[in-house]
Write a protein that binds this ligand. Structure first.
Ligand SMILES: Nc1ncnc2c1ncn2[C@@H]1O[C@H](COP(=O)(O)OP(=O)(O)O)[C@@H](O)[C@H]1O
Ligand SMILES: [Mg+2]
Length: 374
C-alpha cells in the first residue's frame, strides 16, 4: 500500500492543533497546580475525593471534594496546610497547634454562618480540614473599586458580619484575616458566611513568635485591612474590628484600603471621599483608630451600638446589595470542550494519514486537448 502524504494539509492541521492546544493551555493556566490533585490516586483521609482546586494560598491549597463515605457523595471543602519546613520539631509544633485549633473550629462551626467542620486529619506530614462547602460568592464581588455602596447597604453588611464575628470573639478567637474575599454570601438565603479561619495563621504566628518562621516571608493578614498592632505580631480581637471598619470604608468610598491616605497620627483620611451620616462615620472612625485602646474592643461592643442606631427604616434607599457579576463558565466545561476539539482534530489527522490513497494518474495531456484539424 502506498501512502501519499499531503504536506500542505498536514502542516495546516499541525498549525490548527497547535493553536487549539495553546488556547487550551491559556484557559487552563491553573492545570499545573491542579494536576497533582487530579491524579491523586487515593482518597484523602480514605474518603475525600478531590474534584478541583479552589485556591492556592501561602499555607497550602483549598480543594473542592466529595465525601465518598456518605451515600449521596456530598461536596465539601478540603483545606490543606503544609508546614513550611521539614524540621521534625516544627512539624511536631504544627501538629499540636493544628489539633488545638481544629477543636476551636469545631466549636465555631456550630454557628450557622460559619462552615461546619467535618473532619481534621494528618496524612504524609500534611494537615487537612474537611468543612462544609458554601455555594455562594465572596463579597469582594460586591465591593467594587470606583463604585461606592449606599450607607444603608454598608450598615447592613457591617451588621451581618458583626453578628457572626461577635460569636467568634465570644469564643476568644481572633480571625486575623477579615477581608472581602474571606466573607461569602450564600446563594441560598443571601446570608453572610465567614470563612478562612485562622488555623494556618494561628500556627504561623505562634511559630513566628517561637522563632520557627522567618517574619518577612509569612505575612499574616492582608495589606490595607491589617491594623498596625497585628503587623507587629500582636493581634487582638480589636484587630478584626479594624479590618471590618476598613471594609466599610472601602465600600463607602469605592477606594481600596491600601490606597487611602493617613494623617500624621496614622489615622485613615476617608470621610471627604464618602457620602455618609456623621453618626455612622463616627462609628467607623472608632473601628479603625490607630491605637487599639481607642477602638471598639470586640465585635459585641460595636454590634450593640450599631443595632441601637439601625432601627430607623430608610425607605428611599434600596436594601438589596448588588448581585455578583455573572459567573464565567465552569472550568470543567472549558476542559471538556477543549479536549473534545483536540480529540476531533487528532482523529481527523490519524484518519487522514492512514487512509490509503490511489495515486492519481494524470491523463495524458493530449487526450484532453481539443483535437485540431487533422
Ligand atoms: N467552605 C467553603 N465553601 C466554599 N468555598 C470556600 C470555602 N472555603 C474556602 N472556599 C474558597 O476557597 C478560597 C480559599 O479558601 P480560604 O479558606 O480563604 O483559604 P486561603 O485564603 O488561606 O487560601 C476562598 O476564597 C473561597 O473562594
Ligand atoms: Mg482566604
Amino acid at each position: 500500500m502506498k501512502l501519499t502524504v499531503n504536506k500542505e494539509a498536514i502542516s495546516k492541521l499541525a498549525f490548527i492543533t497547535g493553536v487549539i492546544s495553546f488556547v487550551f493551555y491559556v484557559k487552563m493556566e491553573q492545570i499545573p497546580k491542579k494536576f497533582p490533585a487530579l491524579i491523586m490516586a487515593h482518597k484523602l483521609g480514605g474518603r475525600y475525593e478531590i474534584l478541583r482546586t479552589l485556591a492556592t494560598g501561602g499555607f497550602g491549597q483549598t480543594y473542592l471534594a466529595v465525601d465518598t463515605h456518605l451515600p449521596t457523595h456530598p461536596q465539601c471543602v478540603i483545606k490543606q496546610l503544609k508546614p513550611q519546613s521539614n524540621d521534625p520539631a516544627v512539624i511536631a509544633i504544627a501538629q499540636r497547634l493544628f489539633n488545638t485549633e481544629a477543636e476551636t473550629l469545631d466549636k465555631l462551626g456550630s454557628h450557622h454562618q460559619i462552615p461546619e467542620l467535618f473532619a481534621h486529619f494528618e496524612e504524609n506530614q500534611e494537615f487537612y480540614l474537611a468543612q462544609a462547602y458554601i455555594e455562594g460568592h465572596a463579597i469582594g464581588k460586591e465591593i467594587v473599586n470606583g463604585k461606592p455602596l449606599l450607607e444603608s447597604q454598608v450598615r447592613d453588611l457591617v451588621k451581618d458580619v458583626l453578628e457572626v464575628l461577635a460569636f467568634v470573639h465570644q469564643n476568644n478567637v481572633i480571625h486575623r484575616d477579615i477581608k472581602p474575599d474571606n466573607i461569602m454570601r450564600r446563594d441560598r438565603d443571601g446570608k453572610i458566611i465567614l470563612i478562612d479561619f485562622g488555623i494556618a495563621k494561628h500556627i504561623s504566628s505562634q511559630m513566628m513568635q517561637q522563632g520557627y518562621l522567618p517574619k518577612l516571608t509569612v505575612p499574616i493578614g492582608t495589606p490595607g485591612y491589617t491594623p498596625p498592632e497585628q503587623e507587629k505580631g500582636n493581634p487582638t480581637l480589636a484587630s478584626d474590628v479594624y479590618a471590618l471598619g476598613m471594609i466599610a470604608i472601602e465600600a463607602l468610598t469605592g477606594i481600596a484600603p491600601d490606597q487611602l491616605p493617613k494623617d500624621q497620627n496614622g489615622e485613615i483620611v476617608w470621610k471627604n471621599q464618602a457620602v455618609v451620616s456623621p453618626e455612622f462615620a463616627k462609628m467607623i472612625d472608632k473601628m479603625v483608630r490607630y491605637q487599639v485602646s481607642d477602638r471598639y474592643q470586640n465585635a459585641q461592643e460595636i454590634f450593640k451600638e450599631l443595632v441601637a442606631t439601625i432601627v430607623l427604616p430608610q425607605p428611599t434607599q434600596p436594601t438589596q446589595i448588588s448581585q455578583a457579576p455573572s459567573k464565567s463558565p465552569p472550568r470543567f466545561i472549558v476542559l471538556v470542550g477543549s479536549s473534545l476539539l483536540i480529540a476531533i482534530v487528532a482523529s481527523f489527522l490519524i484518519a487522514f494519514i492512514l487512509t490509503p490513497r490511489t495515486p492519481q494518474v494524470s491523463p495524458p495531456a493530449h487526450r484532453n486537448q481539443p483535437r485540431g484539424p487533422l
